[in-house]
Design a protein around this ligand. Sequence first.
Ligand code: G1P
Length: 302
Amino acid sequence: MKITQDNILATKVRKAVFPVGGLGTRFLPVTKAMPKEMLPVVDKPLIQYAVEEAAEAGIEEFIFVTGRGKTAIEDHFDHSFELEYTLRQRGKQEEYQSLNSLIKLPGSISYIRQQEPLGLGHAVWCARHLIGNEPFAVLLADDFIYAPTPCLKQMVDAYEKGVMVAVMDVELSHVNRYGIIDIMQEHQRQVKVKAVIEKPSPEQAPSRLAIIGRYILDSEVFEHLDKQERGAGGEIQLTDALSPMIQKMPFNGYRFDGTRYDCGSKGGLLAASIAVALNRSDLRDEVLNELSRVIPHSIKPA
Ligand code: G1P
């Protein structure tokens, strides 16, 4: 195939959308004045892990769909001159570098307001003018994926065109929390999708294979989101907008290599912190020690 500007744009995934407008009610009161995406896994906020994952997958433009009370996210990815000056004065080179690595090329981060929390589909639709007509990624920061190769990079490497969504098996009793896939056929990590259904009951679910918050989407999705149709929970669902695209283009699930933690739940967030800490040489021994002190006391006799 002759390489032209058009077909480079048709396949390369350069842009990513981070929907960060959610209210975080499950974590109140901590999320009253702080965005849930700023909750830490050890010493980095969830949103930073997602942005780093995107950058490692080759993303060049980062689009945050925010809402009221989310300015801490903008500040996190900006200079903090006072802090940087103080760290330099005190010779804290490592800390200074870690802050500097958060700064992206000027103009590569944009923030759009989702004025009303109308659902994930609506949040993605808010980014339509910045995406234009090229494939793009969507990352949900509260799906924290701990993986040898970052999940989105695995997907970008496998992606050719159309739609690709990260998938994993979940317990049957949990299918009503996810977009669930009806499987046409499977080949290695790729699953050809026959249908998708948002938050089915266990009785309705065609499988236990759930969409996890990493997507590579064709911009045709905006045509379907334009209709603003409401789905499960009365929200404008991304899954519903993807459904009519299945017949029209390659549409695959990707069984990623890695462990996913649901950091939209308290237990998941704590588990992610423990897993990351146990994998860090600077923390492992200390955390193991603390855990061995805490665990015997927390198990009540039957
Ligand atoms: C969203 C999507 C759902 C997907 C899930 C992954 O749901 O609508 O299809 O399976 O993320 O975490 P939410 O968690 O916003 O309810």
